[in-house]
Structure formats: structure tokens, C-alpha cells
Design a protein around this ligand. Structure first.
Ligand code: ADP
Ligand code: TRP
Length: 326
């Protein structure tokens, strides 16, 4: 049976990049045969968070977002990373076969240090914990956005170091990255959309606040009549995520042609606000219902953790035996 696994850090509210790059493709995998494990990477979030109440809130919000966006607990296990302690046990085993130099090259660590964050040891070990997440469930495929590919490659390396020393214990996973724009959704500033860059659009945003954040999408001062290359317009990149191909081509053509009938940036922004509100309307409704029923969310997380633990326990036992601890 094929196993799919992925995680999202509860380090803030989920944005359009998380949705198109991760949540939507992960939910779509429910239609395929195989086991699916999706979890909230709360231990990972702790490498950069120090506010317990905020973290608790974000954990719940990520769980509710997954469910509102269509995760079906009957077909996928949804759980909190910290409810499966076997994963942290594996982290230690993998840490003992991984060279310092390997982790020093990890982009997640290098980026945060480059942006002035004072790194803790947890941040340095981040890829080892992630490798344990993946290897604990014998995952075949890890559906993620393009920014996570290096982490999956590091996981393959760590599985190789361990297996090379102790025999075939871990199964080698592959990344599953969506094609096209969804692999790297831009933020309002044109850089990769990220919770930590302050350039995101929350997927449940509506009304005035949505207008305001869409208003921040980078444009220039060229007038509507001037013919433009549609490939160079960030606003059209956003619209491409939502519109049917026919309608998208129509906007692109009018931008390319310029003149009287060409839309201004304001028009494109109005259409984008509408498209976002419409796309997420059913999910917003489900979110409201789930907010009213915290007990149900707790039950889903508990059931998911029970299934996940059983699988992780078997891998942990295998790994302990292989390296002489049993
Ligand atoms: P962030 O960078 O905002 O902190 P996470 O690191 O928690 O987001 O990412 C959760 C999932 O969402 C991962 O699978 C990641 O690859 C995906 N993801 C994050 N940002 C983007 C983006 N801008 N485009 C596509 N996928 C993304
Ligand atoms: N590092 C991932 C991110 O920031 C989150 C994550 C933790 C993850 N463990 C994982 C993703 C295991 C895939 C598989 O998005």
C-alpha cells in the first residue's frame, strides 16, 4: 500500500501558498488508493515560537483549515506531531548518523540565520526531525511545495546513512511537488509567499481586509492603455490560480493589446478579490461550523494520532533493534 505523508507548521495563519502548494494537492490525493498521514508540525514550530497561547491557537487553526479545505478524516489521518513521541525518538537515532556539515548546508537554517534569527539547536536539527516524520511512517511520497524539496533530499540522505550502517531499516521517500505556479506561489511583493515574510494572503480573508491586502500586490505606474507583456504581471499570476483558462486568456489578451479596452490594475484587483472570496466560500462556511465544535476537532486529532502512532511504533522498534538498543 502506498503511503503519502506531509506536515505544516502551525507558525501562523495559512496563506494561498500553503493552500495551492500543499493543502489542495494533499486533499486531492484522497481520491487515490493508499494511506495518508497529514500532521501539524508543532515541534517544528517551537523552533521559532515562544508564545504558548499563540501556538495553541495556530495548531487549532491549521487543523480546522485542513478540515475546512476538504480533508476527510475517514480517508486521511490528521494529527499533531507531538502526539507521536516515537518520532522524536527516531530523531535522536538519525542525529547520530548525520554529519554536522550536512545540516550546516540546510537552507531552512541558513535562511533564518541570514535574516538575523539567533539559531537554537532545535532549528539546526530541524531537518533531522523532519526526516524522522517522514521515515517513521515508511512514506513513499511527500506532497509539498517546491521549497521543501531540499528537506526531502536530506531525508533520503539520512535514510541512506542509517541503512548503510545498520541494514535496510528505512524506506526511501520521494517528494511530490505540484506542477506550474502552485509549486511556488508569489507573495504580494513578488517573492515567495511565506508566513515569515509578511507577504501572505490568508486563505479565509474577506471584505475590506482582503481588498486591502490585494491592494498591496506589486504593480507599476504604466497606464492601462499601454500594451504590456502579461507574463510580467504579478496580478495575472495570482489570477491564474483562480480563473478558468478561457477567462484568464481573455484578460491576458486585453493586457497584451492595450488601448481602450485594456483593464487597469484596479480592475484586475477587483476581479481577484471576487475570485478569492468565491473560491473559498464553501471552505469558510465549513470553518465557521468547525469553530463552533471544538470537541469534534479534538476527536479527529486523537483518532488520527492513534493510527499514526501504531505505524511509527513499528518503525521505531525496527530502528532500535537494528542499532543494538534492543
Ligand atoms: P511558510 O513558508 O509560510 O512558513 P510552511 O513552511 O509551513 O510555510 O509550509 C507548509 C507547506 O506549504 C509546505 O508544503 C510548503 O512547501 C508549502 N508552501 C509554503 N509556501 C509556499 C508557496 N509560496 N508556494 C507553494 N507552496 C508553499
Ligand atoms: N518543514 C515543513 C514546512 O515548513 C513542515 C514539515 C515538518 C514537513 N515535517 C514534515 C513537511 C514532513 C513534509 C513532511 O513546510
Amino acid at each position: 500500500m502506498t503511503t503519502y505523508l506531509s506536515g505544516i507548521q502551525p507558525s501562523g495563519l495559512l496563506h494561498l501558498g500553503n493552500y495551492f502548494g500543499a493543502i489542495r494537492p494533499q486533499v486531492a490525493l484522497q481520491e487515490r488508493d493508499g494511506d495518508k498521514f497529514y500532521f501539524i508540525a508543532d515541534y517544528h514550530a517551537l523552533t521559532t515560537s515562544d508564545d504558548p497561547e499563540e501556538l495553541r491557537g495556530h495548531v487549532r487553526e491549521v487543523a480546522i483549515s485542513y478540515l475546512a479545505c476538504g480533508l476527510d478524516p475517514a480517508r486521511a489521518s490528521l494529527f499533531r506531531q507531538s502526539d507521536v513521541p516515537e518520532v522524536t525518538e527516531l530523531t535522536w537515532l538519525l542525529a547520530t548518523v548525520t554529519g554536522m556539515g550536512v545540516l550546516e548546508r540546510a537552507v531552512s537554517y541558513k535562511d533564518k540565520v541570514a535574516r538575523g534569527l539567533k539559531p537554537n539547536v532545535g532549528l539546526f536539527l530541524y531537518p533531522v526531525l523532519q526526516a524522522s516524520d517522514i521515515l517513521a511512517y515508511d512514506s513513499d511520497f511527500v506532497p509539498v511545495g517546491g521549497d521543501q524539496v531540499q528537506h526531502i533530499e536530506l531525508t533520503q540522505d539520512m535514510a541512506g546513512y542509517f541503512n548503510g550502517r545498520y541494514g535496510e531499516v528505512f524506506h526511501r521517500p520521494e517528494a511530490l511537488v505540484p506542477s506550474g505556479r502552485s509549486a511556488k506561489v508569489p507573495g504580494v511583493d513578488g517573492e515567495k509567499m511565506s508566513k515569515s515574510y509578511g507577504n501572505g494572503i490568508w486563505l479565509f480573508e474577506t471584505g475590506k481586509r482582503l481588498k486591502k491586502v490585494v491592494g498591496r500586490i506589486l504593480t507599476d505606474s504604466r497606464p492601462p492603455e499601454e500594451p504590456k507583456d502579461p507574463d510580467g504581471l504579478l496580478l495575472l499570476d495570482f489570477l491564474a490560480l483562480f480563473l478558468e483558462p478561457g477567462e484568464l486568456e481573455d484578460w491576458r489578451e486585453r493586457v497584451r493589446a492595450g488601448g481602450e479596452g485594456a483593464p487597469g490594475y484596479g480592475h484586475l484587483k477587483v476581479r481577484l478579490v471576487e475570485a478569492i472570496e468565491e473560491h473559498f466560500a464553501p471552505a469558510r462556511e465549513r470553518r465557521e461550523a468547525l469553530l463552533q465544535d471544538p470537541g469534534e476537532v479534538d476527536r479527529i486529532l486523537e483518532r488520527g494520532a492513534a493510527v499514526a502512532r501504531e505505524r511509527a511504533r513499528a518503525t521505531r522498534d525496527r530502528a532500535l533493534r537494528a542499532c543494538g538498543l534492543r
